[in-house]
Design a protein around this ligand. Structure first.
Ligand SMILES: Cc1ncc(COP(=O)(O)O)c(C=O)c1O
Length: 459
């Protein structure tokens, strides 16, 4: 059989997609009715469809294209590495130059104490690795009962059995009877949703206290670790009060519970810092990274492991029997090195921190004045806009999710990619957006909000 030639008709692609392609997180009946949007190319901040529509991508693919689309340097790095050495493994005492060099670069970039790196291909497998490392760590420390993992409702930590168990979305648990035993969830630090009557610091402490209550309920001798996204992404860009993370760190230390910061979205500049742990002033035992590590040009994840954990897992006589065929893949590592070079040499993160991040926050303030908006919030280039039925009381729409979807569809039609979780519009653009792109975004979103409001009135 010969390889299928590339076709050139949208309808043909849509028919084949409908017939053979199983999409993630998708209602296939609706997809079948409407047909997939076929994306054929991208340049800078824009994606283009097979019908020739240009869309401003306010979501950086899936929170990942931090340096923007179309950077030839990354393609060249991959090409060169494929010619030199397209693949080798890191099992059996072997390593490849880009893998070793990336490990050194990551150890230097990461917050203090995180100097050891383990590679995978996705955020999900990285979190699976961490759960196994946590349990093994406690076994080696003579505390084998410390197995439980504490996470939060609305958390997203991946889609594998372990990733979904760590995640706090009930719609991900129900189909396969998850979470696995030993995975627990507490309230998220979501002040707009659960604590508008409290001042921010008090609410942050209250949300952290829920973690301590769960540790005490399970018994500290049974708890391995707490995992959290510094700013929760897929759950609705939930930005915790500044009191939250230092309090979580204090609680974990007090009860000898490992602390995992899942920086799969937050890492590599999204918050205007290399890592959000710096923004919140915490030093975790593990950091999960993926997405922005290669700006999504090629799959790669990296688990950053603290000295405290590495001393135990890498001690003489200890073998950690775990790994993936593609752990430390040389092409992915070469691309990551080039991506990090661009982020650094072009001062992209400083630019978000000093100029475009604050400008985006300013424009979001204007958007917060729209009658459909209950709150607009952001840190760096990560933001959310809460759509509400009544701006004064912040009363939500019922059923939840319909108005968010309407707004997302209006955005698409007007040339803007946004995502909606419940009735919260989410924003995570490439770090390369200029003030002009932010103005373009704000203008399109305002029009989409007007159209959504007109329709929402009829619901
Ligand atoms: C915080 C976080 N962790 C883990 C993951 C899972 O990453 P992947 O989809 O690469 O498995 C995601 C994906 O969006 C994420 O946002």
């Amino acid at each position: 059989m010969t390889a299928t030639p590339l076709r050139n008709s949208t309808r043909e692609w849509q028919a084949l997609d409908r017939a053979h392609h199983v999409h993630p997180f998708t209602d296939h009946e609706a997809l079948g009715r409407e047909g997939a949007r076929i994306v054929t190319r991208a340049e800078g901040p824009y994606i283009f469809t097979s019908e020739g529509h240009r869309l401003l991508d306010a979501f950086a693919g899936l929170w990942c294209v931090n340096i923007g689309y179309g950077r030839k340097e990354l393609a060249e790095a991959a090409y060169k590495q494929m010619l030199d050495l397209p693949y080798y493994n890191t099992f059996f005492k072997t390593a490849m130059p880009p893998t070793v060099e990336l490990s050194k670069v990551l150890a230097d970039l990461a917050p203090d104490g995180l100097r050891h790196v383990f590679y995978g291909c996705s955020g999900s497998d990285a979190n699976d690795t961490i759960v196994q490392m946590c349990r093994y760590f406690w076994k080696l420390k003579g505390k084998p009962s410390k197995k439980a993992m504490i996470s939060r409702q609305y958390a997203y930590h991946g889609s594998t059995v372990v990733g979904a168990s760590l995640s706090g979305m009930s719609y991900m648990h129900e189909p396969a009877d998850l979470p696995l035993p030993g995975f627990h969830h507490v309230m998220p630090p979501y002040q707009f949703g659960f604590g508008r009557d409290l001042d921010a610091d008090a609410f942050g402490r209250q949300a952290a206290a829920a973690v301590e209550a769960k540790i005490l309920d399970l018994g500290p001798d049974n708890v391995a670790a707490f995992i959290g996204e510094p700013i929760m992404g897929a759950g609705g860009v939930i930005i915790p009060p500044m009191s939250y993370w230092p309090e979580i760190q204090r609680i974990c230390k007090k009860h000898d519970v490992l602390l995992i910061a899942d920086e799969v979205i937050c890492g590599f500049g999204r918050t205007g810092h290399w890592f959000a742990c710096e923004y919140f002033g915490i030093a975790p035992d593990f950091m999960t990274t993926a997405k922005g590590l290669t700006s999504g040009y090629i799959p790669l994840s990296a688990v950053l492991v603290s000295d405290r954990v590495a001393e135990v897992l890498l001690a003489p006589g200890v073998e950690f029997n775990h790994g993936y065929t593609y752990s430390g893949h040389p092409v992915a590592c070469a691309v990551a090195l080039e991506n990090i070079r661009i982020l650094r040499d072009e001062h992209m993160i400083e630019h978000v921190h000093d100029d475009t991040g604050p400008y985006l926050a300013e424009r979001l303030k204007d958007i917060a004045g729209h009658p459909l908006v209950g709150e607009a919030r952001s840190v760096g280039f990560m933001g959310a806009i809460e759509l509400v039925k009544d701006q004064a009381t912040k009363a939500p729409f019922a059923p939840v999710g319909r108005v968010g979807t309407l707004c997302r569809e209006h955005c698409y039609r007007l040339g803007l990619v946004m995502r909606a979780t419940r009735d919260t519009m989410l924003l995570s653009p490439p770090l390369t957006w200029t003030r002009a792109h932010i103005d373009e975004f704000a203008e399109i979103l305002s029009r989409a909000l007007d159209l959504t409001q007109a329709e929402a009135k009829k619901l």
